[in-house]
Write a protein that binds this ligand. Structure first.
Ligand code: HEC
Length: 155
């Protein structure tokens, strides 16, 4: 009779378990500081233009446009044009400046700072890599004064 031996599971099985149940094959979520650092790194004009175009594609691919409008009347979510650098009043009563770090937080951790007059209705985008969030912000910046800025953000 074959003896039942207790061997450790083979490596591929271990990795599958790890990936399925713990998500340890995924990189940790991006931080707002990483996003701001990417946006403040000097890049050639062509790369900045490519980033804005990628941001536009990501904006539609991630369904941002299902809730937000860039211009015109808002439909249950804030209008995303002309908000960059302006103060935001949150449901907590706190006022924060909409700088790049705030925009990054709004995308990566949208439930933490909810704009007054709205609910925690925004989808969670914790999974987006820092480069994607930077591209989304670069795209949104083209709708905020000064238009099409390429200068590093200076508060
Ligand atoms: C399911 C609807 C929904 C989707 C999808 C959505 N949002 Fe939002 N978003 C909201 C709502 C509602 C708020 C206001 C409440 C809050 O601050 O979380 C908001 C707030 C924001 C803010 C802060 C606005 C301000 O006035 O300060 C930004 C920036 C933003 N969203 C960007 C995005 C981007 C970029 C995407 C796509 C990657 C996206 N949102 C997808 C509903 C949505």
């Amino acid at each position: 009779m074959a003896r039942v031996r207790c061997l450790p599971p083979p490596l591929p099985l271990l990795l599958l378990f790890c990936g399925l149940f713990t998500g340890c094959d995924r990189p940790p979520p991006a931080t707002p500081a990483q996003v701001v650092a990417l946006l403040e790194t000097a890049l050639p004009e062509a790369a900045l233009t490519a980033r804005v175009q990628r941001g536009e594609a990501l904006y539609y691919a991630n369904s941002c446009a299902n809730c937000h409008v860039l211009k015109g009347a808002s439909r249950g979510a804030p209008r995303l044009a002309r908000l960059y650098h302006s103060p935001a009043v949150l449901v907590s009563g706190q006022t924060v400046v909409r700088d790049r770090a705030y925009l990054a937080r709004s995308i990566l951790a949208s439930r933490d700072e909810v704009v007054a007059g709205y609910t925690q209705a925004m989808s969670v985008y914790r999974h987006l890599p820092a480069g994607d969030v930077a591209a989304l912000i670069a795209f949104l910046e083209t709708y905020s004064p000064p238009p099409r800025t390429t200068a590093p953000y200076a508060p």
